[in-house]
Design a protein around this ligand. Structure first.
Ligand SMILES: [Mn+2]
Length: 348
């Protein structure tokens, strides 16, 4: 496996000098943040990031993410032009050594939580989604501003988008995804890039907005649209794991065996009785997911893709981007290293 760490570029309060000190850290996962979704990435920006990462003894060979504009997901008249731009960005990334590009196909909001700094008993804080804070909210009527939602949309724009996706429905979203994949995957194949779709987070509809990258049946359907290793998964344990109906270990085993996991996001969550969830420390006993079984499945299937510790808690007084502090993600990386080393030795 190729251990990696997400970094938000120059503006990230965590320095590459610190990240390189995490044992076994190989790759930096990042993106070009100086242009809006739907614009071509300046080659100069990609090159600059590559040079900064390499100057710190690591590789910049994986991108998260090239965002998919809403117009592509909605199948708007501008979708074809924007898909061309998307293909050009894949080519430019490949030119600078990128081997894997992560993206998602979630309408409107990348992820949904009701609180970003919920304090646990031990004084650490993490992101949570509590249904008793969600229920009764209607984004078409109420003035909703959940943490983490894109603040660049006006309330009116959010309402319009939600109603457009409501009309599109799941099958409409599938059709637009298929159209998109059939254009981008041949380009990715041509330039040696694996596209890795991130599951919807959480993996069920919220506010009636369709969500399709959610469960085994839908992941099977997704992979069949273009049956190629270039059309693969970013299997995020914490996202799929938020639905108790998803058997994450079985999914990891199945898709790793098929060689359709390009990237693993490893993180633990605790599902509460009412379906609410809390992001927890990576250790299996801290949450609902069996991390040892997940890594064992990967090792047994010969997984050689990218792995990163996903969201961490805020611990030891650290402040910063919720979910993306240094300390708890570094603990996660060390734990992931330990599990991989143990299973690799035991099975060799
Ligand atoms: Mn993830």
């Amino acid at each position: 496996m190729k251990l990696s760490f997400r970094w938000y570029g120059e503006s990230d309060p965590i320095s590459l000098e610190y990240i390189r000190q995490i044992p076994g850290m190989r790759s930096i996962v990042s993106a070009v943040y100086d242009v809006k979704p739907g614009e071509v990435w300046p080659e100069e920006s990609i090159k600059k990031m590559k040079e900064a990462v390499e100057a710190n003894g690591m590789l910049f060979d994986i991108v998260e993410s090239i965002p998919v504009p809403e117009d592509i997901k909605l199948g708007s008249p501008d979708a074809d032009r924007l898909t061309e731009v998307y293909c050009e960005n894949i080519r430019r990334c490949a030119k600078y050594g990128i081997k894997c590009v992560t993206y998602n196909f979630m309408p409107v909001f990348d992820w949904t939580r009701t609180q970003l700094d919920k304090a646990a008993e031990d004084g650490s804080t993490s992101l949570v989604m509590y249904w008793d804070q969600m229920r009764g909210l209607d984004p078409l009527v109420d003035d909703i501003n959940l943490p983490g939602w894109d603040a660049s949309y006006s309330r009116e724009e959010v309402r319009e988008l939600i109603s457009a996706y409501g009309k599109l429905g799941e099958e409409g979203l599938w059709a637009n995804l298929e159209k998109f994949l059939k254009k981008i995957i041949p380009v990715a194949e041509e330039c040696g890039v694996r596209m890795a779709i991130h599951p919807d987070d959480p993996p069920y509809p919220i506010f009636g907005i369709p969500r399709i990258i959610t469960c085994e049946e839908n992941l099977d359907r997704f992979l069949k649209i273009v049956d190629s290793p270039a059309n693969s998964l970013c299997l995020c344990t914490g996202s799929l794991g938020c639905a108790a109906s998803n058997d994450v270990v079985a999914m990891v085993r199945k898709y790793a065996k098929m060689d359709r996991i390009a990237f693993m996001h490893i993180r633990n969550i605790k599902i509460m009785e009412d379906g609410s969830f809390e992001e927890r420390a990576h250790l299996s006993s801290c949450g609902s997911l069996d991390m040892a079984e997940i890594v064992k499945a990967l090792v047994e299937c010969g997984f050689d893709g990218y792995v990163r510790p996903d969201h961490g808690r805020m611990i030891w007084g650290e402040t910063g981007k919720p979910g993306y502090g240094l300390y708890d993600r570094a603990l996660g990386a060390a734990y992931i290293n330990g599990l991989f080393e143990a299973y690799t030795k035991a099975l060799s």
